[in-house]
Design a protein around this ligand. Structure first.
Ligand code: 9WN
Length: 510
């Protein structure tokens, strides 16, 4: 078992080997996720990497975030990739000549000197900045770290809340699966089915040169990713004109966590932070109103342009009947388990109910109405159980009954925590599209595990959090810091020596 000081692997302690991975992936100003597969700087990778790097070098951790924020656009967006000009163009697709940020993104204020993509990734940055500051407040104050990053982080959140509220309900939408970070999650299948793919011969994938092609997204997926990104670029990266807009629970939960962090940063800088905490609370209420499904016990994505009919509707109907059959089967297979869970949690629920205020009751009745139809004036919930729907557990002020329900869902047959799985799968173990090796369609990822561990701890589930931490450390060790792993066996998949796997290992060791 791994503890501080770590188990001893082939070439030293876990801590030392994690540090070696981060050193090997360090370019001098930032850290690549993987030298082979992802040779540039990625946005949410850098945030997670900074969270681990702060234990090795708070200065490097600050620099990691500063380098990313130096590539911020005038409209506030933080690009999902900052390209390294010394890496050959054909090393990664889509490359800078595809995104053309400095020309196509001019109206949106793309930087002139550095090349970036034009889409974004989950806003983990303010949370990372706060944690980095806490690791060495003296250095942070001496360098004016928070004072410099605060206005940029505030502009970043402003962009998401004002330009990306495409559903009009107060949440931020993603306009591309790459923005949410779980590229080929089955959640995207329905909204993507409405997108005409770009012809396969119109682009060349570089990802297939690395790792196992059968684990990666398909060519058809890529055709649609390329179409969406091309249209966005050709529209000058202006928001609101696209065909794909999804409100995602993890993306918005990370925005809320970061908004709370921004409030703390504001306080550290002499302001009150009250308005920011209040905004985070309003966002939490919107998250529950728009994405919580009490019947399924988790959050779902909202397909903003989906109507639950026609287009993705046919698929929805299919999904419903498929999952109906599945549910029946699951119910009989897991009946005993469910009954036990219900009785165990019954007492808890009673207590929570009495503590809950009228506000919560109002949320519940609104979302029950939603859940019964899976439809609303602004889109339809996507009936696929992605781990994204469990990430709001991270939020300390989530209504208590919802947090308790999420923990039960984690332990239940769809995610198997503490039972059949070693780590939290990215997608429903019982879902038709589940595949333990295919990227975001089942495998376990370490950033997700880290977020769930933090959520469990936040809500007082200490034993469960300790067990998950242990499992994450052991698996990072035996998989050589893999990009992702088989959730049942821990078998390594994708790239090895992966940035955030090493970084979050370090964080869990401290
Ligand atoms: C597209 C870098 C990134 C992660 C994403 C992961 C993968 C890119 C790709 O790699 O996405 O952004 O080429 O597949 O899905 O979460 O940030 O590690």
């Amino acid at each position: 078992p791994a503890g501080p000081g770590g188990p001893t692997g082939p070439t030293g302690s876990l801590h030392v080997r994690a540090a070696q991975v981060l050193d090997a992936n360090w370019t001098g100003t930032s850290t690549v996720p993987s030298r082979g597969l992802y040779p540039h700087q990625w946005s949410w990778d850098s945030a997670f990497i900074a969270i681990g790097l702060r234990h090795l070098s708070p200065l490097r951790a600050q620099t990691e975030l500063e380098t990313l924020l130096d590539a911020q656009w005038g409209d506030g967006r933080v690009p999902h990739i900052v390209f390294n000009p010394s890496v050959p163009l054909d090393a990664y697709f889509p490359s800078p000549d595809f995104w053309r940020s400095s020309t196509a993104g001019r109206a949106a204020g793309a930087p002139r000197t550095v090349q970036t993509s034009g889409i974004v990734q989950p806003p983990v940055h303010a949370l990372a900045a706060w944690l980095v500051h806490r690791s060495d407040p003296g250095l942070s104050r001496a360098r004016g770290f928070l004072a410099r990053v605060y206005p940029r982080l505030a502009a970043w959140h402003r962009y998401l809340l004002h330009r990306r509220d495409l559903g009009g309900g107060g949440l931020a939408s993603v306009v591309h699966p790459w923005e949410q970070g779980m590229d080929n999650s089955p959640t995207w299948d329905a909204p993507l089915s409405r997108i005409t793919p770009a012809p396969a011969r119109s682009f060349r994938r570089a990802d297939l040169d690395h790792g196992a092609p059968e684990d990666r997204p398909t060519d058809l997926d890529y055709g649609r990713y390329v179409r969406l990104a091309t249209d966005y670029r050709d529209g000058g990266y202006a928001d609101g004109g696209g065909e794909f807009a999804v409100e995602d629970p993890a993306f918005n939960a990370l925005l809320i966590a970061s908004e709370h962090a921004l409030a703390r940063i504001a306080r550290e800088l002499g302001a009150t932070g009250t308005a920011r905490h209040a905004r985070a609370e309003r966002l939490t209420a919107a998250l529950v109103d728009r994405l919580w499904d009490p019947a399924e016990g988790m959050f779902f994505c909202r397909d903003v342009y989906g109507d639950g009919e026609g287009g993705s509707g046919a698929l929805d109907a299919g999904q419903r009947s498929r999952s109906g059959a599945l549910d029946a089967e699951q119910r009989s297979r897991s009946g005993a388990l469910d009954t036990e869970q219900r009785s165990r949690s019954g007492a808890l629920d009673a207590g929570q109910r009495s503590r809950n205020d009228a506000h919560d009751a109002e949320h519940r009745s609104q979302s029950t109405a939603l859940a019964s139809e899976h439809r609303s004036p602004t889109g339809a919930l996507i009936p696929e159980r992605s781990v994204s729907g469990l990430i709001p557990l991270l939020l300390p002020t989530l209504p208590r009954d919802i947090a308790a329900t999420l923990v039960r869902t984690l332990r239940g047959p769809h995610f198997g925590l503490g039972g059949v799985t070693r780590l939290v799968p990215s997608y429903d173990l019982l879902g038709e599209a589940f595949d333990p090796h295919r990227y975001w369609r089942g495998p376990a990822w370490f950033n997700i595990g880290w977020l769930v561990e933090r959520g469990l701890r936040t809500h007082g589930e200490r034993a469960e959090a300790d067990a998950l931490r242990e499992s994450l450390l052991t698996t990072a060790d035996t998989s050589d810091f893999a990009e992702y792993v088989d959730p049942y066996t821990g078998e390594a998949c994708g790239a090895l020596g992966f940035g955030w796997t090493a970084a979050l290992t370090l964080d869990l060791l401290h």
